[in-house]
Write a protein that binds this ligand. Structure first.
Ligand code: MOS
Length: 720
């Protein structure tokens, strides 16, 4: 291990070699004997009814073994509704439920064949006739609107202080509306499932961030005890929220495998991924801020319009992009209100996408604050310092640990912010306008809970440890961080620790989501290691001066085992509010004739508690920051208003940043441990990097050009 300037240990990925040499098996790499292949058929209308489904030609095609439709799907058990955090189906209605169509691409049939090509050919022969019904895929066209009371347990319609009076009395007022489009998580590894049955036992390899969620949904669907369903996902090639819910394709793969008595593999096409697995919904956020002449916030009103799917009204675990969860607590504002309404659209059910709510909230909030800074003639960084919240104003609790002011200070220094001229269009370099912008990043601290088991065995070459927990490695570095945690806890080199992940047969862990896997599992690993040390000390007979190495030498042939758990913790407890913070400083270069925007410098500083592994943490921060560049400048999933389909549902049309869009990124962190949050002092860090990036870029674009763009993605057309 090496130590970085931030004083965090650093270790390359222990699974890196396996991943780059193809030794790491992802879901679609599994080929059990007798494997068959399935291809899904999607509806080609966005609303209406299937009046005729002709499967005769498909059924008769070479190699085709089964064509599943609503007519022969058979019964599925009641799926869990997610309110107990045990598992989520993507939509309340199970797949192939009936002939109603509520969105384009909705699965209407599944064709299973001996080979993938035969299944693809069979699927191409399925003919559907439709009776179409009116539909809406754009917020402006929607007629049905709901007002969700809560999302994931957080209230969506809230008020504190006296917003009406504060707004009426405020010397400075801004009333601005920010919009953001549909975005898609677009994980590189497409969603995939390999399902096989052994009698009444189901084994599923799945590309999921939550093996136990899958287990709950599948056991309910098939009327099995949870123990009769084993789900494995030791390696997942990215997810960003889209692999939390158990995919319809996963349920159908298991159903088909049972029906034909052979293993079934489904790999979604890229178009199916972009059409079916959930996405970040469009938002329209009206921000009204009232402030004193120095920019001190007196009132903030945050009114959001977003959308959810039709046919989901009344689904208790329905997701609505929760845009106000950060604006309510990030700054010291005495009067505050938030409203939230959701239109019903004929699109896939929206879901969690990297920093769901936080990333959209920060776009509106941090852009509005930048506008306020110009309005009152304050430096944007100084304005944020003036409104710094010393305690959580929404929950009325002290922060467990907050070092945001240090992030501002360190970021400003590394960036050279003090050389920034206030006026827009005042920096140039040759043909380019230069702009400098900043924004605050923030993300809640939560743990979903986990149990970890540690085994220490004496071997001829010395002791070896195995760490086991059911959470998945999704690219976050979990194998490495847990190996490092156990190595530290047991006094072993990292190379002598093996980590097992992503299997419901292992001790229970919650989803790899909400930036919570490491903060839930690593403390459990630490506690299990402490337990083993106590066992070792007992074995050593209490000999007081025995060194750790000697203690470990006592175990040859023996195996010591310990398990420990962490409990869930959502945002706050009786004592503290748990929250992470950061600051982004961005430079853009804009070519005025063509409006081309290049992000040329990024300096980001984070306060996420103790960082367990500098190498993978840096990679997580950089990945999320790049996601923020995509949110700001590229990503936009467009639904055709006439035909109702997503028209750019592939990686050619749905733009994401490529290397040429990404400059060198200067990432650092404060590193102050948050020991109130867990005994390792670490808070999650996977998602915070995206929060605040889009507004930092937008604010830099304004500084460069004097043009305030309030809709994402910021396009060159708006700058010329
Ligand atoms: Mo994340 S949106 O919790 O995968």
């Amino acid at each position: 291990m090496t130590t970085t300037q931030e004083n965090s240990p650093a270790h390359v990925r222990v699974d890196g070699r396996a991943k780059v040499t193809g030794q790491a098996l992802y879901t679609a790499d599994h080929h059990p004997p007798g494997l068959t292949h399935a291809v899904l058929v999607g509806a080609t209308v966005p609303s209406g009814r299937v009046t005729g489904l002709d499967t005769a030609a498909a059924s008769a095609a070479p190699g085709v073994l089964l064509v599943l439709t609503p007519a022969n799907r058979g019964r599925l058990g009641q799926l869990p509704d997610g309110t107990r955090y045990d598992g989520w189906p993507p939509e309340a209605r199970p797949p192939l439920a009936d002939d109603t169509i509520h969105r384009w691409g909705q699965y209407i049939a599944l064709v299973v064949a001996e080979t993938l090509e035969q299944a693809q050919y069979g699927a191409s022969l399925v003919r559907a006739r439709y009776e179409t019904a009116p539909f809406a895929t754009a917020l402006d066209d929607a007629t049905v609107v709901s007002r969700p009371e809560q999302v994931m347990g957080e209230p969506m319609q809230i008020s504190r202080g006296d917003p009406d009076t504060a707004w009426a009395d405020a010397p400075v007022r801004l009333d601005v509306t920010y919009t953001s489009p549909n975005n898609h998580p677009c994980a590189l590894e497409p969603h995939a499932t390999v399902a096989e049955w052994d009698g009444e036992t189901l084994l599923v390899h799945d590309s999921t961030q939550w093996v136990r969620g899958d287990q709950a949904v599948l056991s309910a669907a098939f009327g099995l005890a949870p123990e009769a369903v084993r789900v494995r996902a030791p390696y997942v090639g990215g997810m960003f929220g889209s692999k939390i819910a158990t995919g319809s394709h996963t349920i159908l793969a298991a159903l088909a495998a049972r029906r034909i008595g052979r293993p079934v593999k489904i790999v979604l096409t890229r178009k199916q991924v972009l059409t079916n697995v959930g996405h970040r919904s469009e938002t329209v956020q009206r921000m009204r801020v009232g402030a004193g002449p120095d920019g001190s916030l007196a009132v903030l009103r945050h009114d959001t319009r977003t959308h959810a799917a039709v046919n989901e009204d009344g689904n208790p675990s329905e997701f609505h992009e929760p845009t106000s969860t950060m604006s309510r607590l990030l700054y010291d504002v005495p009067a505050y209100s938030a409203t939230h309404e959701s239109a019903r659209l004929n699109v896939m059910a929206p879901g969690w996408m990297r920093a769901p709510g936080e990333a959209t909230c920060q776009w509106a909030l941090e852009s509005t604050l930048d506008e306020l800074a110009y309005e009152v003639g304050a430096d944007p960084l100084e304005l944020r310092r003036r409104n710094h919240a010393g305690r959580d104003p929404h929950h009325d609790l002290p922060w467990s640990s907050k070092h945001l002011l240090e992030c501002y200070e360190q970021g400003a220094r590394r960036f050279g912010w003090d050389r920034r001229p206030d006026a827009p269009r005042s920096l140039r370099d040759g043909p380019d306008l230069i702009g400098w912008g900043m924004a605050t990043a923030t993300y809640p601290g939560w743990r979903f809970g986990a149990t970890a088991r540690v085994r220490l065995s004496g071997t001829a070459g010395g002791p070896r440890a195995t760490v086991s927990t059911s959470g998945s490695e999704v690219g976050n570095g979990a194998y490495t961080m847990l190996a490092m945690t156990a190595a530290e806890g047991l006094g072993l080199p990292v190379e002598r620790v093996t980590v097992e992940l992503g299997d419901t047969g292992l001790p229970p862990s919650a989803q790899t989501g909400g930036s919570s896997l490491t903060v839930s599992t690593a403390p459990a690993v630490r506690d299990a290691c402490l337990d083993i040390r106590v066992q070792l000390a007992r074995l050593a007979g209490g000999r007081p001066n025995m060194a750790d190495g000697d203690l470990l030498a006592e175990v040859p042939g023996a195996t010591l085992t310990a398990e420990a758990s962490t409990s869930p913790l959502f945002l706050r407890d009786g004592e503290f509010a748990y929250q992470s913070f950061g600051a982004h400083f961005v430079e853009v270069r804009v070519r005025p004739e063509i409006g081309r925007i290049r992000v040329s410098r990024v300096v980001s500083v984070f306060d996420v508690g103790r960082v367990l592994n500098a190498t993978t943490a840096r990679s997580q921060f950089i990945g999320a920051i790049i996601f923020g560049i995509g949110q700001a400048l590229h990503e936009n999933l467009i639904y055709d208003p006439v035909h109702g389909l997503p028209v750019n549902a592939d990686l050619g049309g749905y733009l994401v940043p490529v290397n040429a869009d990404v400059p060198a990124i200067d990432v650092s962190w404060i590193g102050a441990p948050d020991l109130a949050f867990n005994p390792l002092g670490c808070r999650g860090l996977g998602e915070i990097g995206i929060t605040g990036m889009a507004p930092a870029i937008g604010n830099a674009v304004f500084h460069a050009t004097g043009v305030r763009v309030r809709s994402l993605p910021i396009s060159p057309a708006e700058l010329v």
